[in-house]
Design a protein around this ligand. Structure first.
Ligand SMILES: Nc1ncnc2c1ncn2[C@@H]1O[C@H](COP(=O)(O)OP(=O)(O)OP(=O)(O)O)[C@@H](O)[C@H]1O
Ligand SMILES: [Mg+2]
Length: 233
């Protein structure tokens, strides 16, 4: 299986006053195409920092980061934004839907950066909403939806551009058991049936049962050294 994401010596530092905070500290990780990777680790171990780098929301201080063939660690902010719009879908714990937009309009947002006709955009949005089973709520605002429904809309927004990678940061962290199970089943379908590579941060061991493997972060590195394709190297 080909490697979709490769991190070598990945380091992210923040400078505050005279102090250096290093949430990622020389991390090595290879994620094969089609993987469903669960990431666990204590609060502050660098999980969200890693997802933000993989998603092109933030850039590394040092180290190599190849995602879907692009060396995204070296892209300018503008190029990175364009790259991100095509290659990665992000699912957040608290959904991050825009409250004044309907479900339909929220899902349409990432397509504004894409050169598509109105008709093509419409078809993509409807397909994504149908994929997550929420097309009948397309005219509802986030405040009119349950948490589980909001997260489905957020997943539709993450897949509407047909990205190779979905990153999810505690996607069930704010959901009741039944909604959490539904969201996990949906992520598993997107992985198995639609071939999406999924990287999910979680604090809930139950959700790791849906993943093909689980890795643990500790102080900005993988516990036990580097992991390549599920094998500890
Ligand atoms: N923009 C920033 N500026 C300064 N420090 C930051 C910034 N972003 C993250 N950090 C620090 O980096 C460390 C790791 O943060 P991160 O959000 O990656 O942790 P996490 O593993 O996702 O934790 P949690 O499980 O609580 O979500 C923390 O100490 C945090 O305060
Ligand atoms: Mg976090």
């Amino acid at each position: 299986m080909s490697v979709l994401i490769e991190c070598r010596g990945l380091t992210r530092e923040y400078r505050k006053g005279g102090q250096v905070i290093r949430p990622l500290d020389g991390l090595d990780l290879a994620v094969p195409r089609g993987d469903f990777l669960a990431l666990m680790g204590p609060s502050g171990s660098g999980k969200t920092t890693l997802l933000n780098l993989i998603a092109g929301i933030d850039s590394p201080t040092r180290g190599e980061l190849i995602v879907d063939g692009a060396d995204i660690g070296t892209l300018s902010r503008r190029r990175l934004a364009a790259w991100r719009a095509r290659h990665v879908g992000y699912v957040f714990q608290l959904y991050n839907l825009v409250p004044v937009l309907t479900a339909y309009e929220n899902v349409e947002l990432p397509l504004l950066l894409h050169p598509l006709t109105r008709r093509q955009k419409h078809d993509r949005v409807v397909t994504a909403l149908e994929r997550v089973g929420i097309a009948d709520r397309r005219g509802h605002f986030p405040s009119q939806l349950s948490g589980g429904q909001e997260q489905r809309v957020a997943i539709a927004r993450a897949i509407v551009t047909d990205p190779a990678v979905i990153v999810a940061d505690e996607p069930t962290g704010d959901l009741d058991k039944a909604s959490a199970r539904a969201v996990m089943e949906l992520l598993r379908e997107l992985n198995r049936e639609s071939g999406k590579t999924v990287i999910m941060v979680t604090h809930d061991p139950k959700t790791t049962e849906y993943a093909s493997r689980t890795l643990h972060l500790e102080e900005g590195r993988l516990a036990g050294g580097s992991a390549v394709g599920g094998v500890m190297a």
